[in-house]
Write a protein that binds this ligand. Structure first.
Ligand code: CDP
Length: 219
């Protein structure tokens, strides 16, 4: 089977994972949430109080973390951490963790390994620029910070996590800033990516826009 790669990059809360899951089902693609992988490392660093400034501690952390992804479940050293990685606490530390070069080297390698020979859709920040620069379809999904904060707040509500709008908005802006200004693989649109602003679009409309891009490639 020939490898077919769709990349969806964009800032925090732009709806990448919701959309990517639906598109995956529609086209029978494997879905890989690369943000969840960074979140697992961030969770480990929190739980083990890893000093992120210290190179040796970071190397040791990477040696001690085994990530397994089975469907939509995420296992850190054998433990299902699918819920823990979505908390505001993890969101607050994930961007500094993801800015560390050694962390990115390990996870990008794993992402390529998982994708090998597959028809796959991946979402993240650097998938179309760094991980799969030759992907067949590249999407850059954006939305206003206010809309993204509203969506994230709703997700928290559904999970019973109490947060207020202002702190979610601030956390999103902070993460956007770190992700787009970091030295290693910053968040940016690949030159050949199609940009979609989902601020005023329904989920169905975004799925349709992406489907059109895929159909043009495979049709
Ligand atoms: O879902 P949300 O937009 O909140 O973020 P995520 O996709 O779960 O990613 C969490 C964090 O991981 C991002 O803020 C980035 O710092 C980092 N990340 C990255 O650096 N590269 C990726 N390919 C995916 C995520």
């Amino acid at each position: 089977m020939e490898e077919f790669v769709v990349t969806v990059d964009g800032p925090a809360g732009s709806g990448k994972s919701t959309i990517a899951k639906i598109v995956a089902k529609k086209y029978d693609l494997t879905y890989l949430d690369t943000g969840a992988m960074y979140r697992m490392i961030a969770l480990y660093s929190l739980e083990n109080r890893v000093n992120l400034e210290d190179e040796r501690s970071v190397v040791e952390m990477l040696e001690n973390t085994k990530l397994d992804i089975i469907g939509n479940q995420f296992f850190l050293n054998g433990k299902d951490v699918s819920a823990e990685i979505r908390t505001p606490e993890v969101s607050a530390v994930v961007s500094p963790v993801a800015a560390i070069k050694a962390v990115r080297v390990k996870l990008v390698e794993l992402q390529r390994e998982i994708s090998k020979g597959k028809r796959i859709i991946l979402d993240g920040r650097d998938i179309g620029t760094v991980v799969f620069p030759k992907a067949q379809v590249k999407i850059f999904l954006v939305a206003s910070p206010e809309e993204r904060a509203r969506r994230r707040l709703n997700e928290y509500k559904e999970k019973g996590i109490e947060e207020d709008y202002e702190s979610v908005l601030n956390s999103i802006k902070e993460r956007d800033h770190i992700d787009s200004t970091r030295k290693e693989s910053p968040l940016k649109k690949a030159e050949d990516a199609i940009e979609i602003d989902s601020s005023k679009m329904s989920i169905d409309e975004v799925v349709e826009a992406i489907s059109n891009c895929i159909d043009r490639k495979v049709g």
